[in-house]
Design a binder for this molecule. Structure first.
Ligand code: FAD
Length: 310
């Protein structure tokens, strides 16, 4: 029995996160079939077929799948899943919305935010905002799993192309309708997959200051910008930039935390980064407990100096 991996995409481009989830899917010790569900998503299927480790690509193409809403996606996945040992998706907004519905339709328990696959039925995941790590064994006939993409290296891409097959799409149940989408426009790399993230906290005091001090350094480093919840709640940064338990979980090569105290809910979203640099004027700030390099000082002096050195 193969593993079904749900591709993360925007109907045009396959997200890098899919290659990471594929590494997790391959650890399930069974051939991997990738499902590309969307509308006019042929180009995505072709990109998906070139990923190393994909045995087959299924394409479900229908107008009502364009936004990958939970209702039609859940029905589609539940229908297909009966031929698979497991269904995997990235623990993204889409995966978190779609997979619980599929799991409920299949009457199985979802295992969420998996960071390691021990065996086809045993998974490791953080609980209590990352304060404890749970190993969980599932006896469900079909495992339904979301994976933390940051915990897995991306699978490679080759010239070989896996076969692409169209699948029948269940009729639109019209349980939900798409209203509108508001996307933040940015030239910065995507926060979830950036190699470098520079984040700011409450210390910046205003949106203008947040942007003025962080933007030039992010541009020089080719980094994504992140924020603590205090910075987001104060209006210095958009919601989509929040890192932490209720924001995004990131694990870049380099995470620079500026004026962030290191509350446990923030650490839950970044403590697995390869190198952590913290800039804080309080030498006792908890962020220094996870930092590889700590700079104790005023960020309004340190950041311009850092920028000029870069
Ligand atoms: P503060 O804790 O106020 O820290 C500001 C820091 O800046 C201090 O350490 C201070 O020493 C330093 N500083 C001040 N001025 C300067 C200066 N000039 N130079 C250098 N350093 C300076 N938080 C998140 O970030 N992400 C989440 O997802 C999240 N989810 C949450 C979920 C729940 C259920 C709850 C209860 C809380 C959550 N929080 C989350 C909030 C979290 O508890 C903290 O309140 C928040 O992270 C604090 O943000 P901060 O570090 O920017 O602010």
């Amino acid at each position: 029995m193969a593993t079904l991996l749900i591709a993360e995409h925007d109907n045009t481009n396959l997200s890098d996160l899919t290659a990471r989830a594929l590494t997790a899917a391959c650890a399930m010790q069974a051939p991997v079939t990738l499902l590309v569900a969307g509308s006019n998503c042929k180009a995505v299927a072709e990109q998906a077929a070139r990923l190393d480790g994909v045995e087959k690509v299924l394409v479900a193409d229908a107008p009502h799948l364009a936004q990958q809403a939970a209702e039609p996606m859940g029905a589609l996945i539940a229908e297909l899943a009966r031929d698979f040992q497991a269904v995997l998706a990235v623990a993204s907004s889409t995966g978190k919305s779609v997979l619980p519905r599929a799991a409920a339709l299949l009457d199985v328990m979802q295992v969420s935010e998996v960071t390691r696959i021990e065996s086809p039925d045993t998974f490791v995941r953080p609980i209590y905002a990352g304060n404890a790590i749970e190993t969980i064994q599932s006896s469900d006939p079909i495992k339904v799993i979301t994976v933390r993409s940051s915990a897995f290296e991306p699978a490679g891409q080759g010239d070989a192309s896996a076969p692409i097959t169209a699948v029948a799409v269940p009729d639109d149940m019209a349980l939900s309708a798409f209203e509108r989408q508001e996307l933040a426009q940015t030239d910065r790399p995507d926060l979830g997959s950036a190699r470098i993230v520079i984040s700011g906290g409450r210390a910046f005091g205003s949106k203008e200051t947040f942007d003025r001090f962080l933007e030039p350094i992010a541009a020089k480093l080719g980094a994504a910008i992140g924020a603590s919840r205090a910075a987001v709640d104060s209006g210095y940064a958009g919601n989509e930039l929040q890192v932490g338990q209720t924001g995004k979980v990131v694990a870049p090569d380099l995470y620079i935390a500026c004026g962030i105290s290191g509350a446990i809910q923030h650490l839950a979203g970044m403590k697995d980064s390869r190198y952590i640099v913290a800039i804080n004027k309080d030498a006792d700030a908890p962020i220094f407990q996870v930092a590889d390099y700590g700079l104790v000082g005023d960020l309004f002096e340190i950041l311009p100096e850092l920028e000029s050195k870069l």
